[in-house]
Design a binder for this molecule. Structure first.
Ligand code: HEC
Length: 106
């Protein structure tokens, strides 16, 4: 009986681990069209967000810097392609996106 319970718990643990590694873009990113140019784990038009997170890991000013890029656009950090300003985005959504991106650091 004990081994059955242990193996059920182990199986559940594996299941949860499997789900949590497959991070998907949050709705706020889909809604604001970030997904047209960004993916989590690879470069599309813009850099993969996991790479962004790793680049700014430990940078205390990162949240503010990335918030500004999301609102006003940016250029010259990742390559020749500029990132356009985001039309009509709320402070709340910017905060959510910054937190999501920086939370991807490994
Ligand atoms: C038209 C394509 C496009 C769209 C849409 C877009 N991005 Fe970008 N993004 C880029 C490119 C290109 C870069 C690289 C700019 C650079 O080299 O400085 C970038 C860079 C970034 C960076 C890193 C900035 C830095 O200075 O390191 C973040 C964070 C980011 N984008 C988030 C977002 C979010 C959030 C959205 C949606 C609100 C979004 N992007 C929409 C193309 C896009």
């Amino acid at each position: 009986m004990k081994t059955i319970i242990v193996s059920i718990i182990t199986a559940m643990g594996l299941l949860i681990a499997g789900v949590s590694t497959a991070v998907d873009m949050p709705d706020v990113a889909k809604k604001n069209n970030c997904t047209a140019c960004h993916a989590i784990d690879k470069k599309v038009v813009g850099p993969g967000w996991q790479d962004v997170a790793n680049k700014y890991k430990g940078d205390a000013g990162a949240a503010e810097k990335l918030g500004t890029v999301i609102v006003k656009g940016g250029r010259g950090v990742w390559g020749p392609m500029p990132m356009p300003a985001t039309a009509k985005i709320s402070d709340e959504e910017v905060k959510e996106l910054v937190a999501f991106v920086l939370g991807l650091a490994k």
